[in-house]
Design a protein around this ligand. Sequence first.
Ligand code: GLA
Length: 654
Amino acid sequence: MLFFGGDYNPEQWPQEVWAEDVALMRQAGVTMVSLGVFAWSHLEPEEGRFTFDWLDRIMDLLHDGGIKVALATPTASPPPWFTLAHPEGLPVTADGVRLTHGSRDTYCVSAPAYRAAARRIAAELAGRYARHPALALWHVHNEYGTDCRCDLTAEAFRSWLRKKHGDLDALNESWTTAFWSQRYSDWAQIMPPRATQYLPNPAHVLDFRRFLSDELLGAFTEQRDLLRAASPVVPITTNFVQGGWVSVDHARWASEVDVVAVDHYPAAAGIEGEAETAFGGDLARGWAGGEWLLMETAPNLIYTPGRMHAKEPGRLTRHSLNYVARGSRGAMYFQWRQPRGGAELFHSALVPHAGPDSPVFREAVGLGRALKALAPHAGGTVEARVAVGWDAPSWWALQGGGLPAADIDYPAAVQQAHRALYRAGVATDFVFPGREGFGAGLTAYRIVVLPHLFLISDESAAALREFVAGGGHLVVGHLSGIADPAGRIRLGGYPGAFRDVLGVRVVEWRPLAPGTTIALDNGDQGVRWSERVETAGAETVVGYAGDVLAGAPAITRNRFGKGVAWYVSPGLDDDALRRLLERVAAEAGVTPVLPGLPPGVEAVRQGDLVFLFNHGGTPGMVPLPGPGSNAVTGRAVTGPVTVQPGGVLVWRPA
Ligand code: GLA
């Protein structure tokens, strides 16, 4: 089965609407809804008093309608009674402001009262619904990521630090506390990063984010374990969200969930949004190591600050099938029915304020049909011979102040590398240098690309060296391999972790002022960043042609063992990066998914299936590898085939 549905909040609606909801879900082919995500105050209106009657009724109604339930624990939004009874369970900001209820995610994950209340409501739900026939998945919490700097957090942080560093000498050394007289002589002196006079210690901030990831994971696993004990066969997940504020290392969390579930909201309008969709899908597949589930995306208007934009006709279908092509076991949305009020009252939904007589609902009905037809064929492996590195701690380390440029943007750098490969039509995976088994996993790839991989351990650097020595092709961008996992610089010339394999030594960074460029001797321009690079065995493929760097190496290539390692010192624009990666791919024998695609047409291969998406405005003629059929309609399709503008065709070989 492919899951199709979304967040469903019947508690926001009178019961008359419920029957209509189930009827419309059936009409659209909905197979599963996420229920109860923010329903805590409706399930436990006062401490210890539970009101499950309404949930019983809706679970039964959904079951009668043949619809499965991803039942949430509502712990992302404690009710007002909780915060009044347990004010220490409210989060405190870095400025020392204790927040109050009135929004969501207003809790301190380290507060024993919050944890106990969360376990209690989860256990009640587990006890009551573990055997309900509609239950298909436990959806723990919602988008873990809440941050708190209170005294309870301080205590938990100190215990985490004791486990990690053992003693204060080791911590002082790791954090370089000799700088600015920060030496700690007692654990009690260590606080969570709070508002301070000037720049904080970056190692302190980095460890706090790692701590928070583990602390939140502890909150997840304690709920998971009690749900598992109640219903050992029902899979358990929590929905991952990305964002600069999120202190969750999803690559590490992935092994703790039964299904990797991801919320993904591509924000860009037009063709840019397609590359973003592909990025989100490929990253999720990487976290999962295979199949995953798109738990939330916007059906229509995209809720971004500034101005929401609506999806063009066909885009909901294209986006959804794109996630499916990239390994999602379905497409779920935030949300089923657009609310009448509340903070997100204009967030789009499958059933909008206009009701089912609307373009979005009509498109959803068609999509439901397509997913049903596709379900028996989907689920094959997406194979890629190229991988891009992703590392949450490197992102965190590159968010601080005191960096050489204010516009250093980790996710943008990784997305750009992915986008260049996407535009080259090459299937791409992600690899995670901080994850166990990183080295062994590299054998699947011909090419590894590392943008802004600022932190790296000796072991992961050695694994990459071995990858190249064994015949792999490595592409390292600036700001990679600079520091150890504590954020201490690897001395002797950048990038300390990769100097030998790259055959270069960077002796000076020369970040470019916004809006300025530096000429390269192949006619391209460097953007954002330049450096003084010295070769130490590598050949110069492209040189700098401007500024004081004229004549110095910019892009280099080094033979190392049986493989090749490239160093890309300047920032490049999308076209220049695509051309470079196409050259690397050609040398490494990596070919596009389908050669000869017309502009705007994208191909994704999943097992035997080939998904063709036409994101352009004109019909696209696509050569196909042989006779086959349309996996959705069953009609025979032998190439070349025309994919209509804005359309999708899923081809299945005969
Ligand atoms: C997240 C949340 C949802 C909703 C959407 C809005 O993904 O899980 O509750 O707030 O964002 O886009």
